[in-house]
Each structure stands twice: as structure tokens, then as C-alpha cells.
Write a protein that binds this ligand. Structure first.
Ligand SMILES: Nc1ncnc2c1ncn2[C@@H]1O[C@H](COP(=O)(O)OP(=O)(O)OP(=O)(O)O)[C@@H](O)[C@H]1O
Ligand SMILES: [Mg+2]
Length: 370
């Protein structure tokens, strides 16, 4: 099209949503994808998308990162600690075989208004061709404690630390689940792979939710979900009963949020197990580790969770500590077979926050009486 006498071509690999933000470039001749493709073409044009950093800046960042050591391996490749301008960063490297996963995760992280203190801070996505193969990079903030799974394996936690960790996870999930209306709004997002390995622990003792590659977004105007979501995805051990027995109504977005809440209850159980009262705590255990094999099948899980209706054990000892008693009650209300009866992330956040408020008040009163 002609604009001010200059030819401008609509960049056709930008999603229709972004097009409303008037994104143009000057040479999109061979690009036919509707979604932004992060190809050299895209990266060569400085696009000021309404979210995230401009693509050219993302590329410049990732090209100046020095990789130091591998810190983990997951389903979709390796995670490295790297340095960028003297700062630690985490680099998740996907192989080109997993391009869809890389693309999806980058896309979700760049959802407008997603940034939150309890969601992993995304920095850049880039594709690097080293001559023989293409490496797909996802650069994010680095958290030296690693995942909550790593952390709980290594340390037990005090009641206060448990509350701080639990509130922060609920805050992150509540933000993800919440729809914010307006031009600077955000769609509701369901994670679909909540587990202790996908939550990272920050230096200040709070958490961030990571691994958004399986997430789904809700378009409340058209009441549609942004990707076909008919497969059973996620981690079998953490799957909600309605996913295991295939009774989930995938046309209702609430279903995905409720399934996240079930998984959150399991993460809380892992956390509460490691909570130390008067020096007493349990060893770290994965949920259901006493009932299913180490790499359980969907059928193994279905028998335990749906047929036998078993859930992780809520210890009687937890009744002697107010915070653990409340955590136990929350877990039960996350695990209802009837998904509609489960708590919401916002409710959980408020209930656990009140625990810390009550405790603070008590401390203050205590201090006043000293
Ligand atoms: N931003 C980060 N900062 C610090 N450590 C990280 C970061 N991202 C990931 N890790 C570490 O790398 C490990 C591997 O992460 P990855 O998400 O690839 O796999 P996973 O979560 O362990 O398994 P899965 O593939 O089932 O999600 C994590 O368990 C964590 O210990
Ligand atoms: Mg992961």
C-alpha cells in the first residue's frame, strides 16, 4: 500500500491482533504466515510490537550472551546459565524439531500485560543458525535456586517461608488466570503444566511460574480458546481427574483453570511436607509416589485418582499448626473430583495472605508486650 508516497507492505506474519497496532515493514514479499514467525526477515526489521522488546533488540541481546554451564534438561532441550552484560540469564535451547514449542512459549511470554513479579521474566527469543542446524533460544531471568522441586529436595522450610512461597505461587497463578479488560488488558491464560519443576524459587524466597509452552489463552469476546486443545497435555502425575478420565469439557475455558488448581494443590502438598515445625518435617516426596511407579502412565494415575479416589495424605500433625491446618484445608478444596467446586487462585491467594497478616499482627502485639 502507499503511505505518504512511500510503498509500505503489511507484514503478514504478525497476528491480526498486532495489526491493529499498525505494524508495517518494507519488504514482506515472501512471508505468508499469519502469526509472527521470528525468522531472519522478522528479526531484520525493528518492529515495535505492543508487547515485549522489539525483535531486533531481542536478537541483539541473545547474540551477545555467553553460555556458561548447563543447569537442566527437560522435554524440550537444555537450559543453560549464561551471562549478558555481566548479569546471569537462563537460556532454554530448543532443537528445530521442537520449533512449535519454542514459538508457542515465546508467544505466550509476550502476551501483553503478562509481566508480573510471580511469572518468570522473559527477555528474548531468537533463532540461531550455526551452519549445520538451527538453535532456538528462549532467554529469561535466571534464578539460582532453580525449581521449587530442586529447592524442596535440598531444604526444609519454616512456616513463614512456606506461607511466602505459597502466596507467591497463588499470586502468579491468579494473575495468569485473570482476564484484564481494556486496550492494555490481558486475556485469561491457563497454564496446563503446573508442577514443582515448573516453578522457580527467587533469592527473596518467593516464586515465579515458568514453562508457559503448553498454556492456552481465552478470547472472552468470541468465547474461544486460541489453540486446538483436544490432546491430553501436561505431566501425568499432576493431571486432574477429569483429564485422566477424559471427561473434561474443553469448550469451557474455566475447565483449564480448574485443572490448574488441582495441580496447585499437589504442589502445596509437596511444600507442606517439607515444612518444619519444632524441627520435625518429612523427606521430600513427589505426590502419589507411594501409589504409582516413577514414570506413571495415564492409566496408573486414573486408577488411583479417579477409581480409587485417592489423594495425597493430609497429616494429622498439620492440625497442630494454624498455617498447616489452613494449607491442608486448601489442598482438599483444590482436589475435589467436582472441578466446579474447587477454589479459585484468587481465593487461595487471599486466604493464605490472611494467614501472614494474622501472624504479623500477632508478632506486632507480641512485640508490644515485650
Ligand atoms: N530461569 C531459570 N533459572 C534457573 N534455573 C532454571 C530456569 N529455567 C529452568 N531452570 C532449571 O532447568 C531445569 C530444566 O527446565 P525445563 O523446563 O527444561 O525442564 P523441567 O521443568 O525440569 O521438565 P519438563 O520438560 O517436564 O518441563 C529446571 O528444572 C530448573 O532446575
Ligand atoms: Mg519445565
Amino acid at each position: 500500500m502507499l503511505s505518504n508516497g512511500k510503498e509500505e507492505v503489511l507484514k503478514s506474519c504478525v497476528s491480526s491482533y498486532e495489526m491493529k497496532g499498525h505494524v508495517f515493514c518494507h519488504s514482506s514479499s515472501n512471508v505468508s504466515k499469519r502469526e509472527c514467525c521470528f525468522t531472519d526477515f522478522c528479526n531484520n526489521v525493528t518492529l515495535h510490537l505492543p508487547r515485549g522488546l522489539p525483535l531486533l533488540v531481542q536478537r541483539t541481546i541473545s547474540r551477545t550472551i555467553v553460555l556458561h554451564e548447563i543447569i537442566g534438561k527437560g522435554r524440550f532441550g537444555e537450559v543453560w546459565r549464561g551471562k549478558w552484560q555481566g548479569e546471569d540469564v537462563a537460556v532454554k535451547i530448543f532443537s528445530s524439531r521442537d520449533e512449535m514449542s519454542w514459538f508457542r512459549e515465546a508467544e505466550i511470554y509476550q502476551t501483553i500485560m503478562l509481566r508480573h513479579e510471580n511469572i518468570l521474566g522473559f527477555i528474548a527469543a531468537d533463532n540461531k543458525d550455526n551452519g549445520s542446524w538451527t538453535q532456538l533460544w528462549l532467554v529469561s531471568e535466571y534464578h539460582e535456586h532453580g525449581s521449587l522441586f530442586d529447592y524442596l529436595n535440598q531444604y526444609s522450610v519454616s512456616v513463614e517461608a512456606m506461607i511466602t512461597l505459597a502466596v507467591s505461587i497463588a499470586s502468579g497463578l491468579a494473575h495468569l488466570h485473570m482476564e484484564i479488560i481494556g486496550t492494555q488488558g490481558k486475556p485469561a491464560i491457563a497454564h496446563r503444566d503446573i508442577k514443582s519443576k515448573n516453578i522457580l524459587v527467587k533469592k527473596n524466597g518467593t516464586c515465579v511460574i515458568a514453562d508457559l509452552g503448553l498454556a492456552v489463552k481465552h478470547d472472552s469476546v468470541g468465547n474461544t480458546i486460541d489453540i486446538p486443545s483436544n490432546q491430553r497435555v501436561g505431566t501425568k502425575r499432576y493431571m486432574a481427574p477429569e483429564i485422566l478420565d477424559d471427561s473434561i469439557n474443553m469448550n469451557n475455558f474455566e475447565s483449564f483453570k480448574r485443572a490448574d488448581i488441582y495441580s496447585l494443590g499437589l504442589v502445596y502438598w509437596e511444600l507442606a511436607q517439607r515444612c518444619s515445625i519444632r524441627g520435625v518435617h518429612n523427606e521430600y516426596q513427589l505426590p502419589y509416589s507411594d501409589l504409582v511407579p516413577s514414570d506413571p502412565s495415564i492409566e496408573d494415575m486414573r486408577v488411583v485418582v479417579c477409581d480409587q479416589k485417592l489423594r495425597p495424605n493430609i497429616s494429622n500433625q498439620w492440625q497442630s499448626c494454624e498455617a498447616l491446618r489452613v494449607m491442608g484445608k486448601i489442598m482438599r478444596e483444590c482436589w475435589y473430583a467436582n472441578a466446579a467446586a474447587r477454589l479459585t487462585a484468587l481465593r487461595i491467594k487471599k486466604t493464605i495472605s490472611q494467614l501472614s497478616v494474622t501472624k504479623d499482627v500477632r508478632l506486632q502485639n507480641g512485640a508490644l508486650h515485650v
